[in-house]
Write a new protein. Structure first.
Length: 437
């Protein structure tokens, strides 16, 4: 047995209405087309009657000819004009009927020849010696005229009535198919009405169950709304968390600096200073986060500007620095910006410590492109360069090891560029694979 879903019964009235409209429109169209065919048949039956009357007219014209020749009554012209008028009116009275358009011209030519022969027969002492010859030719012309009319009638029978009768038979077949189909659909819809009644009972029961479930759900939603925080409250909470993390990192920096005051060894002092700079880079990200309107995306340009400024302030050198900074990424997420900031901190710190010794001028280079999923970074300086460039990828210091580790966290590979100074290029691993492919 057909298993219908409880809600599917609602579609059947619409389907029934659509089918009813289709059947009504199709039935009206069928009746209209049948009436049109019947009208054409009636018109062509009338045309056959008119052609029969035209044949009678030809017979009458032949009799008039004989009476005029023998009794000199001179009624030929009147009868001929009447016959020509009737012939000329047929195309307008029966437009589109087969053979009727060419009838006036074909019959007119024959009647014109018959008229010429009649005039010769009426002339006394004409050029033709034998009146019987004229009469014989006249009879041939009249027979030809009758053949023209008969040919037109045959064309009406074959091309008109036969075709229309076949079309009317097809319309009858369509009407029978429509009737049978309507009966079958009536049976189907009667069965569907019974199914719909059963489904209505089930749907009523389920509606009551849904009403109860809706009340329970509304009660649950009210309880959830009472316990849920609004979007604004969440943003304020997240900003407060970032602000507290930043403050805690500032406390860590202060503790490290307090510890530095008790250190006299220059090497140890330098290590503490590097640690402070790394903490500052992380604290700066959290500071920019709670100052940003969009907590998910931080302005990169503002962050790098503050980071570079803090590093230059931390490493006081006598060299005049030019900053070649090109940032083509408007924002990045916190997860990307923290390892990126630490990496930039390491490279720029190394440049400020070692690249410009004994030089009056130098350039710090930071070129950043791409997005969170595919970064491209060129960073470094035009200073003295590494003492041994062949061992840069086998780190023997914490700073260089951090550069390689942070590049891996960013999903990039790091390479030392063959240019003056020390310039690293970091590119997304996927972008490099596409480039090699």
């Amino acid at each position: 047995m057909l298993n219908l879903k409880p809600h599917s019964w609602r579609k059947w009235p619409i389907a029934a209405a659509v089918l009813a409209v289709v059947f009504i429109v199709y039935g009206i169209s069928l009746v209209s087309r049948s009436r049109s065919v019947q009208a054409r048949i009636g018109q062509e039956v009338q045309l056959l009657n008119a052609l029969s009357e035209l044949n009678d007219g030809l017979h009458q014209l032949t009799l008039t000819h004989r009476v005029d020749v023998n009794a000199r009554q001179y009624k030929w012209n009147e009868e001929l004009r009447r016959l020509q008028r009737e012939t000329a009116a047929l195309p307008a009275r029966y437009p589109g009927s087969p053979g009727v358009d060419g009838l006036p011209k074909s019959l007119g030519i024959v009647l014109q020849q018959a008229d010429s022969l009649h005039q010769q027969a009426m002339l006394k002492g004409g050029s033709i010696a034998e009146p019987r010859s004229v009469e014989a030719v006249f009879q041939i012309m009249m027979q030809r005229a009758q053949k023209v009319v008969d040919r037109t009638a045959r064309s009406v029978h074959e091309d008109g009535l036969s075709a229309h009768t076949g079309t009317l038979s097809d319309r009858w077949n369509e009407a029978q198919f429509l009737l049978v189909t309507a009966c079958l659909l009536a049976v189907v819809f009667a069965w569907l009405v019974g199914v719909s009644n059963r489904l209505l009972v089930e749907s009523r029961l389920r509606t009551e169950q849904l009403a109860v479930a809706k009340q329970n759900l509304e009660q649950t939603n009210r309880e959830l709304r009472e316990t849920m925080l609004s979007k604004e409250e969440k943003e304020v909470m997240i900003k407060e968390i970032h602000h507290r993390v930043k403050n805690n990192l500032q406390i860590v920096k202060s503790l490290i600096r307090f510890q530095m005051d008790q250190v006299k060894d220059a090497k140890t002092m330098e290590l503490f200073n590097e640690c402070v700079n790394r903490v500052s880079a992380m604290a700066l990200v959290h500071e920019q986060t709670y100052l940003s309107k969009d907590l998910a995306n931080i302005e990169v340009n503002t962050y790098l500007t503050h980071l570079t400024r803090d590093l230059c302030y931390a490493y006081t050198i006598d060299t005049k620095l030019d900053l070649d900074i090109r940032i083509n990424i408007p924002t990045l997420s916190v997860d990307t910006l923290i390892p990126l900031g630490l990496l930039i901190n390491e490279v720029i710190s190394n440049s400020l410590k070692y690249a410009f010794r004994g030089r009056e001028r130098g350039t710090i280079i930071v070129h950043l492109n791409g997005d969170d999923s595919a970064l491209h970074l060129r960073i470094g300086d035009d200073g003295v360069g590494l003492p041994d460039r062949s061992k840069w990828d086998r780190p023997n210091s914490l700073g260089m090891d951090l550069i390689h580790t942070l590049a891996g966290q960013l999903g990039t590979s790091v390479e030392l560029m063959p240019v003056q100074g020390t310039v690293y290029e970091l590119a997304s691993v996927q972008a490099q694979r596409r480039k090699r492919a």
